[in-house]
Design a protein around this ligand. Structure first.
Ligand SMILES: [Zn+2]
Length: 350
């Protein structure tokens, strides 16, 4: 949690404490979006990167967003403080510590190497080395397993996506999937057909952000053109009955991020969030934190926000079960996670 969180009250804190013990997987998490102001300041000092804010409070005051773009402006500004493999290791370890405290057993984690390589001039291998070292240490230290999803940044020159895949190919076995993120409207999935085909040829899974601010048709393109196995966000599926019926029938998982939607004003209040309706309709939904350093809470806070909006505990546990089934973990890991969630449900009478 950071001090900018103005959505938390005592009831939510109590609910969050209980839900933090519920075993779950996190499937929609940008490692750069876990960069807390304190660590950003520390990295800026460590690497002699100038920041336009003199104090932590000045920086924290920037965390009010009108839309996706206003968030991305701060996100990319702070990303410049990440310079070395050690920085990426420390960022990963800071996330895994918080994830473990929130009951996360397994995390599939996006990273944006195009920005690091071509905007900030940090070598791809340094980024990957640091993140992988963080995952190795974090699994031992916190008991959280992790996998990396290389996310293409849809509003950068498409040629840089090709170049990052050139760099990634030699170490393709260290990545589990390809993703697509950043500014959505005006950058449809149809722009990335070749890049996704190539990534799938590496043996990678495919996921894509679609239907967050963009239209339902972007979800259809992600499925038909990119062969996405999961849709990140996807809440605009509710605008298209035929598409919604297809997602229900084919059990396509959606990685929903309630506090993100709230902070970026995709929804007006948590009570207005469409997730309860999506669950009632039969969509396979999961709960995730997206960019938790910016959006006021990690995994358990997102579950707690929905609990505060009236979602019953057995529904929240069912969404945690969805997160296990929708993960790319192997069968043995899924079985281990199912057993832990079943024990928790027994202990809580759910
Ligand atoms: Zn996201």
């Amino acid at each position: 949690m950071n001090d900018t969180n103005d959505t938390t009250n005592d009831d939510e804190k109590t609910a969050r404490d209980a839900l933090a013990t519920m075993p779950k997987a996190e499937l929609h998490l940008h490692i750069e979006g876990t960069l807390e102001p304190e660590l950003a300041f520390e990295l800026a000092r460590r690497n002699d990167v100038p920041l336009p804010w003199g104090t932590l409070d000045e920086l924290r005051a920037q965390y009010r967003f009108e839309n996706l773009q206003s968030f991305l402006d701060l996100y990319y500004a702070l990303m410049r403080t990440l310079r070395t493999a050690d920085d990426f290791r420390d960022l990963m370890l800071a996330y895994l510590r918080r994830a473990a405290a929130d009951g996360v057993m397994h995390a599939e984690i996006f990273f944006d190497p195009q920005v690091h390589a071509f905007t900030d001039h940090v070598a791809y291998d340094d980024v990957l080395d640091g993140l992988r070292e963080g995952l190795r240490i974090g699994e031992k230290r916190y008991g959280v397993t992790g996998a990396l999803i290389l996310s293409l940044v849809r509003d950068m020159d498409v040629a840089t996506a090709d170049r990052i895949l050139d760099m990634a190919q030699a170490r393709k076995d260290e990545i589990v999937g390809i993703g697509l993120d950043s500014a959505e409207v005006g950058y449809p999935p149809s722009m990335f057909v070749d890049q996704f085909a190539r990534a799938r040829s590496f043996g990678w899974h495919a996921v894509a952000h679609a239907g967050e601010e963009g239209p339902a048709d972007y979800i259809r393109q992600a499925l038909d053109l990119l062969h996405a196995e999961r849709i990140d966000h996807g809440i605009h599926v509710l605008d298209d009955d035929e598409l919604e019926a297809r997602l229900i029938r084919d059990r396509i998982p959606l990685t929903c991020c309630p506090l993100s939607n709230l902070r970026l004003q995709v929804v007006g209040s948590i009570d207005d969030h469409p997730l309860p309706r999506m669950v009632r309709d039969g969509l396979v939904c999961t709960i995730n934190s997206d960019d938790p350093a910016y959006f006021g809470g990690y995994a358990a806070a997102n579950y707690a926000a929905l609990a505060g909006a009236g979602m019953p505990p057995d529904t929240l546990a069912a969404l945690a079960a969805n997160s296990i089934e929708a993960s790319f973990a192997d069968d043995a890991d899924k079985e281990r996670m199912r057993a832990r969630l079943a024990d928790w449900r027994d202990a809580h009478g759910l």
